[in-house]
Ligand binder design. Sequence first.
Ligand SMILES: Cc1cc2nc3c(=O)[nH]c(=O)nc-3n(C[C@H](O)[C@H](O)[C@H](O)COP(=O)(O)OP(=O)(O)OC[C@H]3O[C@@H](n4cnc5c(N)ncnc54)[C@H](O)[C@@H]3O)c2cc1C
Length: 754
Amino acid sequence: MAVVAVLAVLAQLPPQVPTQPKTHHWLTPAAGQSGGVCRATGTAKEHGDIIEIKEWGRGDPLGTEETCATKCGRSSRCKGYEFYSVPKSFSRCEMHAKKPTHIALREGATCKVKGAPMPGFVPLPPLADLGPCLKANLREAHLPGDPEFRAANKCRNRRGDISNPDPVAVARVHSVSEVEAAVQCVVAAGIDACARAGAHGFENDACCSGGVIIDVRDLNALEYDPATGVATAGAGHTWGQLYYKLSQHGRVVPGGTEGGVGVAGLTLGCGRGMLTQWLGLSCDRLRGVEFVDADGKRQLASKDVNPDMLYMAKGGGGNFPGIVTKFEFDTDPVPSSVVSKSCMFGEWDGKRVLKAWTRHMYDMGDSKRQMFSHITSFSNPAHWAFESMCFSCDQSNLDRFHAIVDQINLEASGRRNGDGCHVRDYNGPGGPWLQKLLAEPGVGGGAPEKLAGPPEGGKWAADHGSSKNGAVNVPTYELSDAALDALIDRFHAKPLDLGVYQLMLFIYMLGGDKVESVPVTEGAYGSRRAKWTIHWREFRADNPEVIAHSDSISSALGPHLPCTGFYNYFDTNTPCTRPIPGARSQRDAWLEAVHSDVGKMMAIKGAHDPSHTFRSRLVEGHSLPETHHAGSIAPAIPCGSTSCTVNVLGTLVNGFSCRDHMEYQRSGYKGHMPMNAIAACNVVASMYPPCAPCKPPGLPPQRQSMRLRRLQAVNASASQNLRVDVSFAELPPPLQELVWANRSLLGWEPPHWE
Ligand SMILES: Cc1cc2nc3c(=O)[nH]c(=O)nc-3n(C[C@H](O)[C@H](O)[C@H](O)COP(=O)(O)OP(=O)(O)OC[C@H]3O[C@@H](n4cnc5c(N)ncnc54)[C@H](O)[C@@H]3O)c2cc1C
């Protein structure tokens, strides 16, 4: 109470107090006192008026009330802010679109309403101008309320926690000058932008909640210069389109395997695929890029001009500080033939297959072999397979190819002479390379023009459902028995039996002389030293068990491998990147796991995009405003401690912290709470081992697990918008116990504790 009283006094002080921002006079809401949670009449139930939430980790200099107030002050939409700080843990800023009218008291939080501007403060043009600005300068701009807006703001992954992006606008650009105009509108509105190309990013980063999506898919012109072999491709190409168009010139750029994936996102992440060991990574074929910078101006980057931006284009992924409009690639002759050989194995053969395959990886990665090989494993029906390919191979290369594959087959299964393997020679209409590609996305061949269709047109990319993925790099050719056992154990522990694609493992080579001969300093790519990567993907990821299982794969491999992964596959919440209080933030751990020199990237970002116009994981609290499970969970904090509770309850689910979800429960709004939020908070808590044993008395384990299962079952069958009445007693037990253990911190006594 004493703290509240002090804050109330502080609120009366004039604006020159150091914590007061310089943009506006800040007032306390009429119906309340300082020190609490902002509420606007009629909106508290759903927090529907929050425009944006920023969270900062411990010690982040930006995590102050002043930053929060300045941000709100600059935004024409923001009518008030709530700042909340837990000492030595995290701080958070919520910006409200409706003027807060009253306060729910909470220690450590401040709620302020925007008053008159401070003398001399020049407000940015209001966000209300953004729509007219975009509509005046672009052929296609979609705003909330427009009939096309819902369809326009989608990304591929429909996983529950990331599938409802909430961008302020979608700018579908048709020319570089439209990109320039779009960026200028965004800068004028004082918000941030994300580029979207193929929309296949696993975490839907391109979907930009709170910012503007700049959709480049229509920038898909291709120029090819036969004299130099250089192709200049618009950033909107899908790989299917680029492969098809380049094949008309007899050329190829090594890219990804699936037709619908964007050239932009894949190349910026450095892009591996079937041609990597023969021709190199996509980013290694990059001569330069054209991009629009943070001032909305067209620029070039090459070895000679803006070389630091070329560095960012080679592995910086979604952190590229600009919108790439064109990629300039060195090309190679398109493969004249493709011979593939696939060998199948049973459910229990995984370890032997992996051991035999990795033993021959060095040989297969030699670019002279002109080979590709990977292991795939699906959980239902459970099996292992490895498929290898030989591109444009002459007889001697083909003989060697068959000898390697047969030897792996022999070592893995005892079968001789290619028994159990199937050879296919791709020589159908359209050329062998395109036929192989058509088979790859699962469309089973057909006319090669299919590849050139728009992303929505082809069947391959249409439905990637709701999936959770992950990846771990392996720096050596062979992996210890213990690590292999850990991986295979996770494969057999598949959480549910939900069909053929529920759990998929992909084992890809990342090394080879083509890749390893490029100096690490060439780009931001952080996997140059990796020999291979273990990539997995689980569908039906709206089910908390699936998410927990996916995380358990990285956790199981964690003790055996360094915390590194291939950017294009690396999951936002890879357990080894979770923050360690006082030691490192999740941002730093995550970036270091996927990039070669994070300090250099930050310097480039600071020089080219000082106001953070382009959303990026390089900026703490600036990235990933959408949900991320367990993002702020720290390991090794004692059971029931304050930090444990704060970290779990501070985790964002559907844009709001689990603590906020809890508050709705108790706030007199009849305890309406989305089931998927309950289940997600539950996953957060259950994935946090130190919290799990904190059982309150009187809740035997069987009862907890029955309750958990029931919640999960309801969640699995619930549609996106289902709301179910839930009392506190119905909350997942881990959250109940955390709240109970820290009720004084939360200022709350549960009304109906059982
Ligand atoms: C089905 C499937 C198959 C895949 N196969 C492969 C594979 O074979 N090899 C591989 O390496 N990866 C593969 N991936 C991973 C893929 O490379 C990444 O998900 C990649 O980010 C997708 O790029 P996109 O343009 O489609 O996605 P988006 O979601 O549009 O973009 C991804 C990221 O790049 C940024 N971005 C996009 N365009 C631009 C631009 N013009 N300028 C600046 N930033 C931009 C976005 O803001 C976002 O952060 C696959 C993914 C899926 C879903």
